[in-house]
Design a protein around this ligand. Sequence first.
Ligand SMILES: Cc1cc2nc3c(=O)[nH]c(=O)nc-3n(C[C@H](O)[C@H](O)[C@H](O)COP(=O)(O)OP(=O)(O)OC[C@H]3O[C@@H](n4cnc5c(N)ncnc54)[C@H](O)[C@@H]3O)c2cc1C
Length: 438
Amino acid sequence: MSTVEYRPWSNWAHTESANPQIAEPTTVDELRNYVANAAAHGRRIKPIGAGHSFSGIGVPADIQLRLHHLRGVVASDVEAGRVTLAAGTHLHEIPALLAPLGLAMANLGDVDRQTISGATSTGTHGTGARFGGISTQIVGARIVDGRGELVAVGEQDPDLKAVALALGALGVLADITLQCVPAFRLEAVEAPGKLDDVLAGWAESVAAVDHYEFYWFPHTDCCLTKTNTRLPASTPSSGPSRIRRYIDDELLSNKLFGVLCGIGRAVPATVPAINQLSGRALSARTIVDSSTDVFVSSRAVRFREMEYAIPVDQIPDALREIAAMIERRRYRVSFPVEVRAAAADDLLLSTAAGRESGYIAVHRYFKDDAADSAAYFADVEAIMTARGGRPHWGKMHTRDADYLRSVYPRFDDFRAVRERFDPGRVFANDYLARVLGD
Ligand SMILES: Cc1cc2nc3c(=O)[nH]c(=O)nc-3n(C[C@H](O)[C@H](O)[C@H](O)COP(=O)(O)OP(=O)(O)OC[C@H]3O[C@@H](n4cnc5c(N)ncnc54)[C@H](O)[C@@H]3O)c2cc1C
């Protein structure tokens, strides 16, 4: 058990940083000891995953726990499709762990750099009106509570509804059991569309397609729609060659896009013309590949992001309001706005708790003027909160406990679970104090 003094840390988006004391447990027993010691000495301790949260949710107040020694499969039950993963396992490691078992995760977000614990602690989600976020795939977990006790939370335990999406407020997850599905392939159809048509067809597309999403290019009427359909694992791969996909996804979507963001940052007046050019250059393509390869993309251009969930049928009106606001307030936004959907679930703090949800995510290039980006996010936030919006816990937002109580019917149930798991607030930080109210 070793503790290294004060190593600097910052998150992926460079919106948060700290200089914490570092603890790197190599076993679950060591993990328990670190937490028990912190509790005994009145110190605070905070696990970190891949640092891919934009919000201050993972900022350590005191000691930072890095769980890179706790990775891989802890147990599996292939017949039941259940796999227990150590808490520090990264999403990008999971396909190779599940493939020999013939299994896959049912749904994923846009990238796979996160850890399973970090992703589920903030409610990371993908898209699909019949599919929940990653936390809804959790059927059990073991968590070290604020006294340093290892608590097993099973499928029938009501606490799982809190533990599966806990903001890091209840304890340190030691491992997570996922309900997986048989491996499958996805047919991805990408196509350019016009904003009015895409919004008019939103309800139908979301209902008809397994995983539907679209990107809208601000200052234009151009969209890129993505329609992903689940297919049996035996379906052969097809579509553009690996080289063509590399050119489209890495060189055009990442490298060239990065250059254009830099130009837009230096001369904001060029952004609408750049977006028009990008929007007109969109072309259709169809790919069949493994589910992970289709769900996940690489994001090489850094950005800041805010995302809100609202009732799914309110997406078209909310997006029209955002489009009008961007022009009225004369923002220059180089990043496409991403729009997704998810099924209702019953996790206490899920952004989709109790309602079918649509998500609007807005981004700004990380070098864009910080005050201008914050003003843009505040204007989007006003539109989304007027619709009872719930902010993504890992993305930028300014909501506090009073507001969050008004949009989460079981907010105080979560606080009661926290009282039992972490009465001494060993896992507290400023973000949790703001959003949970103490
Ligand atoms: C490029 C990019 C793309 C993204 N795409 C999506 C997307 O498609 N969909 C989406 O919903 N979100 C997306 N996000 C947001 C991201 O998925 C979340 O912020 C996620 O929490 C990051 O995972 P992480 O491992 O980096 O967690 P971190 O940011 O490191 O930590 C997040 C929280 O988890 C807690 N935590 C970490 N480990 C443990 C543990 N063992 N026990 C208890 N708590 C723990 C931390 O304390 C912290 O509170 C994206 C972010 C980026 C930067």
